[in-house]
Design a protein around this ligand. Structure first.
Ligand code: BG6
Length: 482
């Protein structure tokens, strides 16, 4: 099977904060890869911008170095690298002042798509959006792209939305949650809405519970200062895990359009019941021989920020009442493993002898690594000796089933191309982000009010003991990590 690459329209993209980590690791390599597969038209312009004075030659050298570091293809195709660098130009712009804006306006062409990627601190979203309008750099069709963290709580998210809306309408604003750009996350929608098999079972009558896990093996070394102000709840749950929950739980949208898909996601977030403190667990990884603790990485020996969260979430609507969703995410866990496990109820009447350790049917959607789907089923254990049962997996990995082109592209590549195409389906709408904060804020406030401190857990484990208990007390078990 050959994947089709449809070139996008000619465009000018301006990357603010182009010398920063995200631009170097993700945005520039992402654009380069799309260029290599022929998706970027010959006339496209990539304009880097930051506070640093630099001429175009120096900028191109900087990008060459970053691509050689972060894109394995760059060193293999010197000619393509040189052609890509030829598309790059640079303008030094003072985000909060007057310098550089008119130079930038001059570089942009009137008749092509314009996109402004704000790879900068959220405190600069407002000033940049205002200056883009003030200096006539923006047009009514231009697009503005912003990254997480989108707010620290509901109030700050509202303020950021208000800042962006000073210069842009909602239809021009692209809020990135890179989980939505992951191939397997979109596959979740295909699995649910392009098959008739699952939908009749996709409710609390047939589904016992859902487990959503995003486990990481790395810690917060190198970004402890940022992370310590957020913690796992703000860094992962409020955005990535809530998005996974929405895609699993949402009603089928009437069309695959940005409006219809996002309306259904917002309805799920608004239906989330308040989470009781007793249904949450916070953890923090401790030191082990030769490895620093979370507190060492965060640079604060007294830090009470969580590097692990687990919780039980109930969705108060007809489809899901009575089927809990258990979420967990953490750093320095046993394995890097992200998955959604949909665990079905047992048959209403079992005619076979009881099977020790039976776990029942489950559909597991593996998001990363080893992207694929597993369906756990019960069959007869072969051989004589009566009707003994065994559990086996129907296993599918996307790369085996679909061939090499199924190797997932980086989420940023897809998302940047969607910006150019003007497709907001995989981006968060303003009301959606606010709804997620409205749900998350009381949980975080509750921890502070009750003085709930994170429970230490061992590195390379599956998290704190209490996280296991969260399911045990409901007669359930987490799936093994990795
Ligand atoms: C980011 C978080 O949004 O997602 C990080 O800020 C986290 O803390 C990362 O490590 C995980 O993304 P991925 O794509 O590696 O699963």
């Amino acid at each position: 099977m050959v994947s089709r690459v449809i070139p996008v329209e000619p465009f000018d993209i301006v990357i603010f904060g182009v010398t920063g980590d995200l631009a170097r690791r993700k945005i520039l390599p992402g654009l380069f890869h799309r260029f290599l597969v022929g998706q970027i038209p010959g006339t496209a312009q990539v304009i880097g911008s930051s506070r640093t004075e630099m001429d175009e030659g120096a900028f191109q050298e900087l990008v060459r170095a970053c691509l050689l570091e972060f894109s394995p293809q760059a060193s293999k195709d010197a000619e393509a690298l040189t052609s890509f660098l030829a598309k790059l130009s640079y303008v030094c712009v003072d985000a909060t002042g007057e310098n550089g804006w008119l130079d930038l306006a001059e570089k942009l062409r009137p008749d092509v798509v314009r996109a402004f990627y704000l790879s900068v601190s959220p405190s600069l979203f407002g000033p940049i959006a205002a200056n883009l309008s003030k200096y006539g750099v923006s047009t009514p069709e231009a697009r503005i792209v912003v990254e997480k963290p989108f707010g620290h709580d509901l109030n700050t998210a509202k303020a950021l939305n208000a800042d962006l809306r000073k210069g842009f309408e909602e239809k021009q604003i692209y809020r990135i949650d890179h989980y939505l750009g992951k191939e397997t996350v979109q596959n979740l929608m295909a699995l649910r809405f392009a098959n008739s098999l699952w939908e009749p079972l996709w409710n609390s009558t047939h589904i016992d519970h859902v487990q959503i896990t995003v486990a990481e093996s790395l810690g917060v070394e190198g970004r402890g200062e940022y992370y310590d102000r957020s913690g796992a709840m703000r860094d992962m749950v409020q955005n990535h895990l809530v998005q996974l929950l929405c895609l699993t739980a949402m009603e089928p949208p009437s069309r695959f359009t940005p409006g219809a898909v996002r309306d259904e996601k917002v309805k799920v977030i608004e239906a989330l019941d308040p989470v009781s403190q007793a249904d949450t667990v916070r953890g923090q990884y401790r030191a082990k021989t030769g490895e620093d603790s979370y507190r060492d990485h965060a640079g604060d020996p007294d830090s009470l920020t969580e590097s692990f969260v687990a919780m039980k979430v109930n969705i108060g609507n007809w489809r899901w009442a009575g089927t809990p969703f258990y979420l967990r995410t953490g750093k320095k866990l046993r394995a890097r493993a992200s998955e959604i496990a949909v665990v079905f109820r047992d048959p209403p009447h079992m005619i076979f002898p009881k099977m020790e350790g039976r776990r029942g049917n489950a559909l597991i959607i593996r998001l990363q690594p080893d992207e694929g789907i597993t369906l756990r089923t019960t069959i007869k254990d072969p051989g004589p000796g009566g009707m003994r049962l065994a559990e086996v997996s129907l296993d599918m990995t996307f790369s085996e089933a679909l061939g090499p082109h199924a190797e997932p592209q980086d989420a940023y590549e897809r998302l940047i191309m969607d910006v150019i195409r003007g497709d907001q389906t995989l981006f968060m709408r303003g009301d959606e982000v606010e709804a997620a904060w409205r749900w998350a804020d009381p949980i975080i406030a509750g921890w502070a009010e009750n003085g709930l401190v994170p429970q230490p857990y061992d590195q390379a484990s599956s998290g704190p003991e209490d996280a296991l208990m969260l399911l045990h007390r409901d007669g359930r078990r987490w799936r093994e990590l990795g």
